[in-house]
Every structure is written in structure tokens, then in C-alpha cells.
Design a protein around this ligand. Structure first.
Ligand code: SF4
Length: 286
């Protein structure tokens, strides 16, 4: 770990815009835990707040950036990766972090996600997966489990569910991982490794929407929902199976956690700048 900061002295208040509080998240929402893990990882890596750019989309996940004391951009629905691509290309000195949700990144923004994975530009995408469009009233998303009730699946969802990590890995992401909020230190470690990775890193966080998903499906309060998520997890086989998780695009019954894919590939920003230099030389010489 490239860190000079110890876990004991992490104080999340140092990374928050306290004037923005109270926050808007519902009691028990998992997104706050994910935000804490992310900022803890930033702290451990000792990243200067002025060198962080958080780009978020629309939805409850997208609001998180507003509470972080860093450079933040709240963008349009499904497009944070597109904004982040321009930013990361123009400012390679920044740590560009995209915060998005399952609807934002896998439905309207699905196109941007697969191409961000394909390009391998240096940025980290934290996708908060709570299986629902929380902010807009609880509609089904591409990760709503089959049989779950939402405002657009009143008799239970019948659609197959994307395995977001398998999708990202198949599309070429060089770092892919998954964690559940109840394992907060593990999530922090995963996000730290993702932030440290040179290339496109994708982290799926299994979060919980207590308000419009949990209540509609009788899943209990936050502790029950968190324990239910935990019961579906199994440790990653990465290391013994070379991190190859892409056997099918749909979500299996139990989910591997931890680092699922980790490979070295040419980082797109380096390739782009070398290409620009090369063609500039040929224009001058031509
Ligand atoms: S609606 Fe759901 S996702 Fe949004 S803040 Fe409330 S609990 Fe969290």
C-alpha cells in the first residue's frame, strides 16, 4: 500500500462539506456506507483533495458527490462516464472517480460503460447497485432480481439480471471488483486498489435501498437487508482462476466478492497522448 495514513486517524469529517448536512439519504440507505469506504480509501492513499474529481450521474447515488469536499460534477442521467472521459483526458493529473447507480450506468448509461471499459482510460467507477431506481420512485432497473416487486414490476420482475462485473470484464475493464457494504474495511481495500490501478477500474458495491425497494419487498430494515446481501456472497476465486469471471452475462445465485479481474493493459490516455505527439510531428514534417 502506498500510504502514509493509518486507519486509526481517519476522520470522515475532514472530507465532507459539512455545510451541506443534513444529507438527503433515507435512514438505513447503504449509499452512505459506500461513501465512507471511498473516502477512507482516499485517506489511506493520502490523495490531495484538490486532486480528486468526483463525477456523478442522476439518482440517489449521484447526490453523494455533493457532500464530498473535493472537485465535484453532478452531471446528466447516464452520462457521468462521458463527462469523466473528457476530464480524465484533459487532466491526467487528477484522480477521476465516477459515482453511479445501477440504472444510471447499466440502463441509460450502459453504452458509456462498455466503451469506458473498452478504452481503459485511467479512472475509477464506483457503481452502487441497489436493484432499483430509488430517487425516481422505485422503478425496476437492469439489476432488479427476478420476482422482486417494483413500481414497474407490480407482479414481480421477470427479466434476467445483468451481472455488472461480468459485463465490465467482458468489455475489457482491466480492474473489476465487487463488495457488499457490510464488509466496509474490505470495500475500502478494494476501492483503494481500484484507485491505485492505472487504467479503468470498475467496482460494484451491493448497496441497499431500504425505502422504495426494501419496504415494497418486505425485506425488513437495514440490518436484515445487509445480512441478506451478505448471505449471497462468496469470496472471489481470483488468483486460483486468473480472475476470469465471464462465463455468462447474467447474475448467478451467489456472487463472488473481492478483486475479480486485474490485468495490465495500455492506458488510453498514454496511448492518446503518444498518438497526438506522433501525428503532430508528421503534420509539422509534412
Ligand atoms: S430512496 Fe432508496 S436509494 Fe434513495 S436514499 Fe432512500 S433508501 Fe437510499
Amino acid at each position: 500500500m502506498d500510504s502514509s495514513n493509518s486507519a486509526d486517524s481517519f476522520n470522515i469529517r475532514d472530507y465532507l462539506r459539512l455545510e451541506m448536512f443534513p444529507h438527503f439519504l433515507c435512514p438505513g440507505c447503504g449509499h452512505g456506507i459506500a461513501m465512507r469506504a471511498l473516502l477512507w480509501a482516499v485517506y489511506e492513499l493520502d490523495i490531495d483533495k484538490d486532486k480528486i474529481a468526483i463525477v456523478s450521474g442522476i439518482g440517489c447515488s449521484g447526490r453523494i458527490g455533493a457532500y464530498v469536499d473535493a472537485n465535484t460534477f453532478h452531471t446528466t442521467h447516464g452520462r457521468p462516464l462521458a463527462y469523466a472521459t473528457g476530464l480524465a483526458l484533459a487532466r491526467p493529473d487528477l484522480h477521476v472517480i465516477v459515482i453511479t447507480g445501477d440504472g444510471d450506468s447499466l440502463a441509460i448509461g450502459g453504452n458509456h460503460l462498455i466503451h469506458a471499459c473498452r478504452r481503459n482510460l485511467n479512472m475509477t467507477c464506483m457503481m452502487l447497485n441497489n436493484e432499483v431506481y430509488g430517487m425516481t420512485g422505485g422503478q425496476a432497473s437492469p439489476t432488479t432480481s427476478e420476482t422482486r416487486y417494483t413500481t414497474t414490476s407490480q407482479s414481480g420482475s421477470i427479466e434476467p439480471v445483468f451481472d455488472a462485473c461480468a459485463l465490465a470484464s467482458a468489455a475489457g475493464a482491466s480492474f473489476v471488483g465487487r463488495e457488499v457494504t457490510v464488509h466496509t474495511p474490505n470495500l475500502k481495500d478494494l476501492l483503494r486498489d481500484a484507485l491505485d490501478h492505472n487504467g479503468f477500474s470498475f467496482v460494484e458495491v451491493l448497496s441497499d435501498c431500504t425505502e422504495v425497494f426494501g419496504r415494497k419487498n418486505n425485506l425488513g430494515e437495514s440490518p436484515e437487508m445487509i445480512l441478506s446481501q451478505k448471505s449471497k456472497m462468496r469470496p472471489s476465486s481470483y488468483g486460483s482462476a486468473n480472475g476470469n469471471i465471464v462465463d455468462e452475462p447474467f447474475r448467478p445465485t451467489t456472487l463472488p466478492t473481492g478483486i475479480l479481474t486485474h490485468k495490465e493493459r495500455a492506458e488510453y490516455g498514454d496511448t492518446y497522448r503518444a498518438h497526438v505527439e506522433k501525428i503532430s510531428g508528421s503534420v509539422k514534417n509534412g
